[in-house]
Each structure stands twice: as C-alpha cells, then as structure tokens.
Design a protein around this ligand. Structure first.
Ligand SMILES: [Zn+2]
Length: 187
C-alpha cells in the first residue's frame, strides 16, 4: 500500500492548464520522486470534433519489481465532457477498469495501469483525515456506502439508506463531491 503523494498520477487540471484539451495534442508527462526522475509516459489526447470518440492514449514502458524486461504498454482511456455553463466543457477520465468506469479527474498508476483512486486502492495521508479534512473521509465512506444502496425510493419516499447517504454527502452532487476531493488533494 502506498499513498497518493508517492503515486504517479495524471491530473485533468494539468492537461487543461497545458492547453491539451483543445483538439489533438501530444505530451510527455514525467514525475520526480525524492528529487529524482521516477518515470515518464507519452499521452495523445483527442478532444476534437470526432463524434464522441474522445480519448487519451497512454504509451509507456512498465516493469514489475522482479522482472528483467520492460513491457511496452499502450491503451486508451476514454474522456467524457460535461457542460459547465456558458458553453464551456469540463473533461473527465473514465476509469479504464471495466468493472468500474467511474468518472474521475485524476488517474493513479497502480501496477501496470493508470486507474481511479478507488481502483488503485490508495489511502490518503492520515493527516488529511483530521481537522478540515474529516469531511473528505466522510465523502469516501459515502462512496462505499452508495454502492450498497439497492433501492433509493420506496412508495415515492427516499429509503432509510437513501436518507443516510444524503446526510453523509450533505446533499452534494457527484460533481460537487469531486470538487471537494480535488481541493483537498491540491491543499
Ligand atoms: Zn476505477
């Protein structure tokens, strides 16, 4: 188990600030760990007017700790836009784990692939859970809880589990919750 601070990650905000979400783009993303280069990947980004075939293609080499050879890896992560008023678009990664497919703003390397935080099984640094971040912990617990809810309404009224979920998330939408997580990650 490692923490998000050590994991290699791809942030949508980084791609946006780099101007990579305006059609076709190519970029090399590299990381440092303890002041030393710890790896890099090449990404091709397609957010042009190509129907809804939006993607980020990742191209890199990967080696397991005890493996001798590097394995070339090449796959596409689907990108999804949502409108955010004034004709603007906000872009999301769709987690490439087929059992997940959650919408995310950050992908983390976990083994050979880049996946969402949930799939990477990452834990936030424990200090992030204290003080003003205790709400963040509640949100993560709410994400787990959400999946246990089979029925949201009964006879037109929210079920007990539904009401508990609303309490845990303070009634925030999924987008608002993701924003909160991002804010905390940047803090
Ligand atoms: Zn995932």
């Amino acid at each position: 188990m490692y923490t998000t601070d050590q994991a290699k990650r791809i942030e949508m905000t980084y791609l946006r600030k780099s101007g990579d979400l305006k059609g076709w783009s190519w970029r090399r993303i590299s990381w440092n760990y303890n002041g030393r280069p710890s790896g890099c990947i090449d990404v091709k980004i397609a957010t042009g007017s190509d129907g809804d075939n939006y993607y980020m293609e990742l191209d890199y080499k990967w080696k397991d700790h005890d493996a001798a050879e590097w394995t070339p890896i090449d796959y596409k992560v689907r990108l999804q836009p949502t409108s955010c008023g004034f004709g603007g678009r906000r872009w999301w990664f769709i987690c490439p784990n087929l059992n997940c497919r959650r919408r995310n703003s950050i992908l983390y390397q976990s083994g050979r692939y880049f996946v969402c935080r949930k799939c990477a099984g990452l834990k936030y640094e424990s200090q992030n859970y204290s003080g003003k971040y205790s709400f963040l912990r509640d949100l993560f617990e709410a994400e787990d809880y959400e999946r246990s809810i089979k029925r949201w309404y009964y006879r037109g009224k929210p079920t007990r589990k539904h009401r508990r979920f609303l309490k845990m998330t303070r009634g925030m939408s999924e987008n608002e919750r993701l924003d909160e997580c991002l804010k905390a990650l940047r803090a």
